[in-house]
Design a protein around this ligand. Structure first.
Ligand code: ZN
Length: 395
């Protein structure tokens, strides 16, 4: 057995199950933002394994983040592994057939809220740090681990670590579930509210009012053509841009023509699309309706800031090294991949300008579901791939 094989052989399924179960059994739902206990547990576990770990009480004093470091030589490059501590709420509790915080294992899968998104990824990072430390193998470069808060609600957890606290590096791997695919591009996001104003009236004499729900129906119909148009822009890894109506709010009583109707849109952006331009595209639809119907009054406003798509070249060095490690561990060469959803990789790529991939265990289709689960074997394999990648990049 060579040195690398020896290190990899120390990453075992039993350890992965024990650690992942421990993490799943600590609820870290966000909202409300209850990551504290998990942060403290992660830091304590790492310290017990001889890995330097600190709590970072920023940007929120009561929701600490964790940063762990395996130090190499001064002036050598740094690889950052990033994961988030928070999980989404349970939704309708009665629809879970297992205890969401039990960490039950059945047929090679571990079940529970956050098992896939992304305590499986956290487990892979932590076991890799443990394996490298235990091996006594000295890295010349630095390995940095981020355990961020507030990812599920787009809070500035990772952004604070990178930009304000200086926990930055030369390459990044964000451990969101990708089924062990190497993701080099992800879509951006814009949410807008379109407020359509009408004129209230008694529903027995609707002709005296202007019904904003009917105006909204016209707007939503026109979105079909818009969707077709933006769907024609195609990205090789991400497919087309998309736009969905996700919320609609109107009405105060059965017999009242309401005064307004609010339609919320979720628009996913491709690399090269600009948030302001996309907002203007939607504004143009409203202006077009206004030209044909002067009683139409619609205004647009953003919900949150939105964010751009993020992309690095498919053949960038970090992607190549991870692909090579995947091949070494699994025997398979991963196909280039993109993600339709956003991750904290955008903070690495767009804000901190660090070449970064998204790569982690678990099927993204399991994220946020009832009876969420993850294949334990993927956690083990991912941890081995992270270890090999660290040994290669930081040798
Ligand atoms: Zn996630």
């Amino acid at each position: 057995m060579n040195e690398k094989e020896r290190v990899l052989s120390t990453i075992e399924e039993g350890d992965a199950i024990r650690l992942l179960r421990k993490l799943v059994q600590i609820p870290s739902r966000n909202p409300p933002g209850e990551e504290r206990e998990l942060a403290e547990t992660v830091a304590a576990w790492l310290k017990d394994e001889g890995v330097d770990a600190t709590l970072v009480p920023e940007p929120y004093a009561h929701r600490p983040q964790v940063v762990a470091t395996i130090r190499g030589d001064e002036g050598r490059p740094t690889l950052v592994l990033n994961g988030h501590l928070d999980v989404v709420p349970l939704g309708a509790v009665e629809r879970w057939s297992i205890n969401p915080f039990g960490g039950e294992v059945k047929a090679g899968r571990l079940y529970g809220r956050g098992s896939c998104d992304m305590k499986g990824g956290l487990t892979a990072m932590m076991l890799a740090a443990k394996a490298i430390t235990e091996s006594g193998h000295r890295l010349r470069g630095n390995l940095l681990l981020h355990f961020a808060v507030g990812e599920e609600t787009s809070e500035p957890g990772t952004k604070t670590l990178l930009l304000d606290k200086g926990y930055t590096g030369d390459w990044g791997i964000v451990l969101e579930p990708t089924n062990l695919k190497v993701v080099t591009a992800e879509k951006g996001l814009l949410w807008v509210d379109v407020e359509i104003r009408g004129k209230p009236a008694h529903a027995s004499t609707p002709e005296l009012g202007i019904n904003p729900i009917e105006k909204a129906a016209d707007f939503i119909t026109r979105l079909r053509a818009y969707r077709e148009k933006i769907g024609e822009k195609q990205h090789p890894l991400l497919g087309g841009a998309v736009c969905s109506v996700t919320m609609i709010e109107a009405g105060i009583k059965e017999n009242v023509v309401p005064g307004s109707c609010k339609v919320t849109l979720d628009r996913r952006l491709l690399p090269g699309e600009d948030l302001g331009e996309v907002e203007a595209e939607i504004q143009a639809i409203l202006s077009q309706i206004k030209q044909q119907d002067e009683t139409f009054e619609g205004t647009i406003s953003r919900r949150g800031e939105g964010f751009d798509a993020a992309e690095i070249p498919v053949d960038s060095y970090i992607a190549q090294v991870v692909k090579e490690a995947v091949k070494n561990v699994t025997g398979k060469i991963p196909q280039p991949s993109g993600a339709a959803y956003g991750t904290d990789a955008r903070n690495f790529i767009n804000d901190a300008h660090i070449p970064t991939i998204v790569f982690g265990p678990g099927d993204p289709a399991e994220a946020h579901t009832y009876d969420e689960s993850i294949a334990i074997s993927q956690v083990v394999v991912c941890s081995q791939i992270l270890t090999l990648t660290s040994l290669k990049l930081l040798a």
